[in-house]
Write a protein that binds this ligand. Structure first.
Ligand code: PBG
Length: 337
């Protein structure tokens, strides 16, 4: 039996974050019509820093950029759950916190957006020197691998802010790369010109999935969230996160993944995971795949570890080291998107 009738949801203030919380709210309300799930939104340091152009984040800070202020609300029990993009959560959760639930994933792919009125349809149409707006080293490296003639520039801010920078009359950006899921949730499907798919592009670990974070000791909340859990999505995302963890923890490096699953029974899935690690300039890469029947979270973790080990065998080590050296010398890291 529930011990309360009110279970507040904490979230960031951005439009996307609030929409995502409303999605979770709706699913909860459907299951528990008599309970209340008010949404409380807060700014995080990530949001404050977004207004400072080209800011690069210190390692320790980067890990909890979007979550720390919200976790404080869980600790003091002002919120019982937080709704995040799984992609924004570190692979090692802070002490006392856990991911209680990963609901069904939206599209995990990256999408290309051109300025309004542009006649270009795909990245391949862009002339040499065109500037792609993205702050993600993964997106940069993967695009540079195929299109070395393109240039890249940081763009920060919420999705809406980025789109208005793209659409400005004298914008320096020829296109943006954004997560399709974010655009879909914001009702901006019509802005997508091209979806980037494997073997050309690989998405970020956890992209397109939401994660509901709770206090580890909040057994009641963990139980309440069970019906929202999607087993297939959870297995894929656990495999992806385990790959990333085995390679180097949460620090930002260009790792892309592609994960597919096939239901074999109501509880078992055949999961295939491809992973790629790319050098910052896109010239060198290491690729590996693995697949197995996944019946439990442990099986999914095992798949991620297997693919990580194959990546290391296939030359990921030196690429990762080179990346660590350059980010250490700057004493900073970019967002892991
Ligand atoms: N911190 C950026 C971020 N985190 C999650 C999403 C998109 C939604 C998702 O991946 O679920 C985005 C925006 C983007 O990458 O374009």
């Amino acid at each position: 039996m529930p011990t309360s009738t009110c279970y507040p949801i904490g979230t960031r203030k951005s439009k996307l974050a609030v929409i995502q919380s409303e999605l979770v709210y709706k699913q909860l309300k459907e299951k528990y019509p008599d309970l209340e799930f008010p949404i409380m939104s807060r700014d995080t340091i990530g949001d404050e820093i977004l207004s400072k152009a080209l800011f690069e984040f210190k390692h320790q800070v980067a890990k909890s950029l979007w979550t720390r202020e919200l976790e404080a609300l869980l600790i003091v029990n002002q919120c019982r759950m937080l709704v995040h993009c799984l992609k924004d959560l570190p692979v090692e959760m802070p002490e006392g916190m856990t991911i209680a639930c990963i609901p069904r994933r939206n599209c995990p792919l990256d999408a290309i957006v051109f300025p309004k009125g542009s006649s270009y349809k795909t990245v391949a149409d862009l002339p040499a020197g065109s500037v792609v707006g993205t702050s993600s080293i993964r997106r940069r490296a993967l695009l540079a691998r195929h299109f070395p003639h393109l240039r890249f520039a940081d763009i920060r801010g919420n999705v809406g802010t980025r789109l208005s920078k793209l659409d400005e009359p004298n914008s320096s950006f020829s296109c943006l790369v954004l997560a399709a899921a974010g655009l879909f949730r914001l009702g901006l499907k019509d802005r997508v010109s091209q979806m980037l798919t494997a073997p050309f592009n690989y998405y970020a670990v956890g992209q397109g999935a939401l994660a509901i974070e709770v206090r580890e000791d909040d057994k009641e909340m963990i139980e309440l969230l069970k019906p929202l859990q999607d087993t297939e999505t959870t297995y894929c995302c656990v495999a992806e996160r385990s790959l990333m963890k085995r390679l180097q923890g949460g620090c930002a490096i260009p790792i892309g993944v592609q994960c597919d699953s096939l239901a074999m029974s109501s509880s078992a899935y055949h999961v295939s995971l491809d992973g790629i690690v790319v050098s910052a300039d896109g010239r060198r890469s290491s690729f590996a795949s693995g697949n197995r029947v996944v019946n439990s979270v442990e099986d999914a973790e095992d798949l991620g570890t297997q693919v990580a080990l194959s990546l290391l065998k296939n030359g990921a080590g030196p690429i990762l080291e080179e990346h660590h050296r350059s980010s250490d010398s700057e004493d900073s890291t970019k967002l892991n998107v």
